[in-house]
Design a protein around this ligand. Sequence first.
Ligand SMILES: [Fe+2]
Length: 135
Amino acid sequence: MTFIVWDDLYETGIASIDEQHKHLVSLLNRMLEALNQKKGGEEISYVIGEMAKYSEYHFSTEEELMLKAEYPDVGEHQIFHHAFTSKVVDYQHKLAARDDNLTAEVTIYLTNWLNDHLSTIDQKYVPYMKKAGIT
Ligand SMILES: [Fe+2]
């Protein structure tokens, strides 16, 4: 299981967003570590619970800034966020029972989603935020 290393591709240049993205990546790495070390289901449930809470908080920050920047595709972007949130909540329920295969599936999903979202989807609003003076 590989850990996610912060990459320049993830950088938006907007301080609050980059800081929150780094926290999401660190939660994901904690999840990978729990899986690697075969820690109990308790740690995994805790981390996925934190992921659910923190991603909700982060998405609202991002959506607020997109609206402020008059980013035209905010609706489409919100669909990506909703998909992630509902998947995490769903996994959170399923992970109440310890299941290593499911934990692996969850971490693969989270890794792929975050990698793609941070390096591609989030980058689309950057020019709008910069133009609106959000730094
Ligand atoms: Fe986003």
